[in-house]
Design a protein around this ligand. Structure first.
Ligand code: B12
Ligand code: SF4
Ligand code: SF4
Length: 399
């Protein structure tokens, strides 16, 4: 930090930060010291030990790393937490049988968009404070407990759905961080309460909210459809309904969002700037190469699960929607797709939708399938179809 910057008091720096961050479009601004996030760290440890981090390797790193801003930057003195609403509005009704996309992902890739603004905010601060600022700038990228840091900085309180809720704008906001070597006047910790409400816990379709503020990622649709690289466990597929990317249910039911959700002022997060609220399932199921995938979804958050992951999700959504128009595309996935992940979920979806074409395709590929897991999925799909057929013809166990 340059000598000139030190002449400004921590309070004055706080005032300048607020002014510049708001001008840069951030809805929430707060500051905390750079000490370890003790309570968050303890909760993280319990969560890790219970296996709730699923297969997210980066969430299994030592707690001391994830909960200490100074492990990110030695010279850190303050953590600036910023909030930006991404709320693009409500989902229109799913009349065309689309794959539902969580609101945070309707627009452009927030990592890129926010990072750009953080960079210019830092430059502006350097100019206003007349000094160089050493800073780490990130959002949802560097492993630090961002919600805990933001709660310490006064941005909100932890809801029972584990999201950080702000009394004025609800929870549809991203958290972004600037870990800086500046002494800035800290804010009071965020307070607030869910009161007697438990709506999110009751509404979660997979029972992922195990206790207030504790989400088991292994059951969370957001994990299953985004971070998960493998299969979606069969017993959870039906609960995913039409969600093709992420899940908003525990936020949709939240009274804070119903009353306070404030539309994003950033055009980058509007439905028109990215994939929007629904994916056209048949179109996604037809994407066979990485190039095509990048062309269609590059620059949006939807690249995260990869091509096979997104097709897997669309298979499950098609099955749950009983989307007959998707049968030809699913049959092509079953026959042609190079990823067993896609073939296996296509088999399940075909069995869910049913019909002669689906049955014929499943029987045809059974002998040729070389992947063991996929072969089992096809066998299971055929048994599902057989059960339905038996049920239809009155051939149940009663008979
Ligand atoms: C891993 C991860 C996930 C995982 C696990 C989610 C989870 N609840 O842990 C999955 C893939 C499931 C996920 C889903 C989503 N995520 Co996410 N995710 C993260 C990530 C990378 C780490 C979260 C984490 O540390 N989990 C570990 C557990 C132990 O931490 P936690 O649940 O936050 O619990 C904290 C509280 O218990 C808290 N705590 C401390 N004291 C107290 C006291 C009380 C009384 C309580 C209740 C809690 C509490 O300490 C813990 C540690 O911080 C963060 C970014 C980051 N680097 O922080 C984004 C982040 C949390 N995700 C975000 C978003 C937007 C989502 C989704 C809404 C996306 C979607 N629509 O599909 C969903 C929401 C699901 C949900 N209900 O949480 C935002 C949340 C913004 C906000 N306003 O809260 C973040 C902050 C990204 C960002 N920079 O904006 N996510
Ligand atoms: S995001 Fe969906 S699946 Fe995950 S905890 Fe919330 S309601 Fe449950
Ligand atoms: S739905 Fe109710 S319990 Fe869940 S986070 Fe919102 S206020 Fe809290």
């Amino acid at each position: 930090m340059g000598a000139k910057g030190e002449s400004k008091s921590p309070r004055e720096v706080r005032r300048i930060l607020e002014e510049r961050a708001r001008a840069a479009g951030f809805d929430l601004v707060g500051v905390s010291g750079a000490g370890p996030l003790v309570e968050g760290g303890e909760r993280l440890k319990e969560w890790q030990e219970a296996g709730m981090a699923a297969d997210m390797g980066y969430m299994k790193r030592p707690v001391e790393l994830l909960s200490d801003p100074r492990r990110l930057q030695k010279s850190a003195r303050s953590v600036v937490s910023l909030g930006v609403s991404y709320y693009p509005g409500e989902h229109p009704e799913n009349v065309e049988g689309g794959g539902r996309v969580a609101r945070y992902a309707w627009g452009k890739d927030y990592h890129v968009v926010i990072k750009e603004r953080l960079r210019s905010l830092r430059v502006e601060l350097e100019e206003a404070l007349e000094c160089r600022i050493k800073a780490r700038a990130f959002t949802d990228a560097v492993p630090l407990l961002e919600r805990s840091a933001a709660q310490h900085a006064g941005l909100g309180f932890f809801g029972r759905n584990s999201c950080l809720i702000n009394g004025n704008i609800g929870s549809y906001f991203f958290i972004a961080d600037l870990v800086v070597d500046q002494e800035i006047e800290p804010d009071e910790w965020g307070t607030g309460t869910c009161g007697k409400c438990t709506r999110c816990m009751a509404a979660c379709p997979t029972g992922a909210i195990k206790s207030p503020g504790v989400v088991d990622a292994r059951l969370c649709i957001s994990y299953l459809t985004i971070e998960n690289k493998g299969e979606i466990p069969r017993e959870l597929r039906h609960a995913i309904k039409d969600w093709a990317f992420g899940c908003d249910i525990c936020q949709e039911v939240c009274p804070y969002n119903k009353r306070k959700a404030t539309r994003s002022r950033w055009p980058d997060f509007s439905a028109g700037s990215g994939a929007g609220p629904y994916l056209k399932i048949t179109e996604v199921l037809g994407i066979r190469s990485e190039e095509e995938f990048e062309e269609r979804f590059g620059g949006t958050p939807l690249t995260r699960p990869g091509r096979a992951g997104l097709l897997r999700n669309c298979c499950v959504a098609a099955g749950n929607l009983g989307l007959e128009e998707a049968v030809p595309a699913l049959v092509r996935c079953l026959r042609e797709d190079e990823a067993p992940l896609v073939r296996g979920h296509a088999a399940w979806a075909l069995a869910k939708i049913g019909g002669e074409e689906a049955g014929a395709a499943l029987r045809e590929v059974l002998e040729e399938e070389t992947d063991e897991w996929c072969g089992k999925e096809i066998e299971f799909a055929l048994s599902m179809l057989f059960e339905v057929a038996e049920g239809d013809s009155g051939g149940s166990s009663i008979g």
